[in-house]
Every structure is written in structure tokens, then in C-alpha cells.
Design a protein around this ligand. Structure first.
Ligand code: NAD
Length: 272
């Protein structure tokens, strides 16, 4: 684990650490190693069943439950976080997603619209709710940094990713549109990180996820980015080294998004 003190003195809120496989778990651990003080949050049901308290104990972070779809929970979360951390928030990670269509094996051409609305609410609108709540409470410090985790299915068709693809397109759009307002008025940065497939609980609910993982890993010149790699780029985006990056989707995928065809003989599809 790298340690450069990049977040020394900074205060952050990390959404979405469910268990040790979660991207947010790795991000929270790395932020703490880099000197940040953190509040961890997740939906009340995830706190009841998941081992989040173990992470909280290991990095000395308070845990504040919040359903990310409920503005009143988010208001309580921001107010309490500022009390506990002693001032405005410098960085926030949104690592929240869920699709009942994916979980229940409803394919995109046979979707339940109730589930679809839930997918959009949990995986995308929750980001707007988080941003609007923070904005109205003026809870984020000048040049604060807010990051949400996305996936390239927002831009291209990945069969099996289902309604989550639409949620990710909306998530990235919210980052741009809110980023313009928050940047101009409060100098707050908003970006999304488009991460490689990674074995997590949410990832595991995707049909043929192993194929997603393997094909991306073989296609990317640098191979897939791991959860620890994701933690490292999030730290960079939360740090003062990226003060002029905002409203971007940053592809963190070993080069997958820019690769067409590879003819090198070590790829399985090029074996003679
Ligand atoms: N794993 C991958 O391959 C991958 C790739 C790119 C992007 N992402 C994104 O990374 C983010 C984190 O997912 P992960 O892969 O670490 O899986 P994960 O299952 O560990 O995390 C998803 C989190 O969302 C939380 N959540 C669900 N509903 C919520 C609600 N109503 N309120 C608050 N929290 C809620 C869950 O409790 C869980 O902690 C997601 O946005 C996911 O789409 C994942």
C-alpha cells in the first residue's frame, strides 16, 4: 500500500463499502493510509448484515447509516459528518449501485419497470440527491472533490449489463451537469471513474461477469485495474494535485476503452 500523506488533514465521506471485496472498502483504507479522517456510510440493511464495523474499527472511522435514495438520511449524514469530523467535507466517494433486474435475472428485453426505476434511483439519482443535499447545506469545502464510480457500458453496449448501463449513463451526465454549477459557484470538483470489471458483490450480480472480466483483461494493454488501483486513482482525485479536473469521466481500465483489435500472439483469440 502506497503512503504519501496526500490526504493529510482532509475529511471525507465514503459510501458503499459492503465487505472487503467492495471498491469502496479499498478506497476507504487507502484514504486513511494517506492521512484522511473518514466517515463510512451505507444503507441500514447493509450495515446490519455486512462487516463494515470491522473496517471502521481498523481505520477509526465513525459509521453513519444512510439510504442514499432518501434526502432526509443524506441531510442527517452530512450534518453529523461535519460534527464528527470537525468541519466541512473535502472529499466524497459515491460507490452505490443495485439492480433488481440483474439480481433476478430479468433480461433487458423483458425488464420490470418497477425494478428499472429502483435501479435508476439507487444507482444514479442518489448521486444527484447527494450533490444537491451537500450543495444546499454548503457541506463541501472549497476545491473539494466528489467522485462516483462508473462503467463503460454507459457509452457502449455490453450485453448482460442490463438497466445498469442506463443508470451509468445518467450518473455520468449528472456529474457533468452538477459539476458545472458546483464548480463555478463553490469550486467543487465532480468526476466519475470508469473502472475495469472487478470481482465484488455488485459485480457478481452481472450475467456472465467472468467473461466481462476476462475479455477486458485480455483486451487492455495494461490488464484490468484492480480494487487497489481504483483506490489509488480515487486518492489522486481527492488530493490537491487534481484541482482543475472536473466534469470528466476518467477511464481507469488499463487502456480497454481505447483499444480496437490486438494481433499479438499471446492473446487467446490469436492462437494459430
Ligand atoms: N465491480 C465492478 O466490476 C465495477 C466496475 C465499474 C464500476 N463499479 C461500480 O462501483 C460501485 C461500487 O460497487 P462494487 O462493485 O464495489 O460492489 P458492492 O456491492 O461492494 O458495492 C455496492 C454498494 O452499494 C450499496 N447500496 C445499495 N443500495 C444502497 C442504498 N439505497 N443506499 C446506500 N447504499 C446502497 C451496497 O450496500 C453496497 O455497499 C458501484 O457504483 C458499481 O456500479 C463496479
Amino acid at each position: 500500500m502506497l503512503k504519501h500523506g496526500l490526504l493529510e488533514g482532509k475529511k471525507g465521506i465514503i459510501f458503499g463499502a459492503l465487505n472487503e471485496h467492495s471498491l469502496a472498502w479499498a478506497v476507504a483504507s487507502q484514504c486513511a493510509a494517506e492521512g484522511a479522517k473518514i466517515v463510512l456510510t451505507n444503507a441500514p440493511i447493509a450495515l446490519r448484515w455486512g462487516p463494515l464495523q470491522e473496517l471502521a474499527d481498523s481505520i477509526g472511522a465513525p459509521v453513519i447509516p444512510a439510504d442514499a435514495t432518501r434526502p432526509e438520511d443524506l441531510e442527517f449524514l452530512f450534518t453529523e459528518s461535519m460534527n464528527k469530523l470537525g468541519g466541512k467535507i473535502d472529499f466524497i466517494l459515491h460507490a452505490v449501485a443495485m439492480s433488481q433486474n440483474l439480481r433476478r435475472g430479468r433480461s433487458y428485453e423483458d425488464i420490470s419497470y418497477n425494478y428499472f426505476q429502483q435501479t435508476l434511483d439507487i444507482s444514479a439519482l442518489s448521486f444527484h440527491k447527494l450533490l444537491q443535499t451537500a450543495y444546499k447545506l454548503d457541506a463541501v469545502a472549497e476545491y473539494g472533490s466528489i467522485v462516483a464510480l462508473s462503467y463503460i457500458a454507459s457509452q457502449r453496449a455490453f450485453q448482460g449489463y442490463n438497466d445498469m448501463a442506463d443508470a451509468k449513463a445518467l450518473l455520468e451526465s449528472i456529474a457533468r451537469n452538477f459539476g458545472l454549477i458546483y464548480g463555478r459557484e463553490k469550486h467543487v470538483r465532480i468526476n466519475t471513474v470508469s473502472q475495469s470489471p472487478t470481482f465484488t458483490t455488485a459485480g457478481g450480480s452481472i450475467n456472465y461477469f467472468e467473461r466481462f472480466y476476462t475479455i477486458a483483461d485480455h483486451t487492455s494493454p495494461l490488464g484490468n485495474a484492480s480494487a487497489q488501483d481504483c483506490a489509488n486513482i480515487c486518492v489522486m482525485l481527492f488530493s490537491d494535485y487534481t484541482r482543475k479536473i472536473t466534469m470528466q469521466t476518467i477511464y481507469h481500465d488499463g487502456g480497454f476503452s481505447a483499444t480496437g483489435i490486438q494481433v499479438s500472439s499471446d492473446k487467446p483469440w490469436n492462437k494459430e
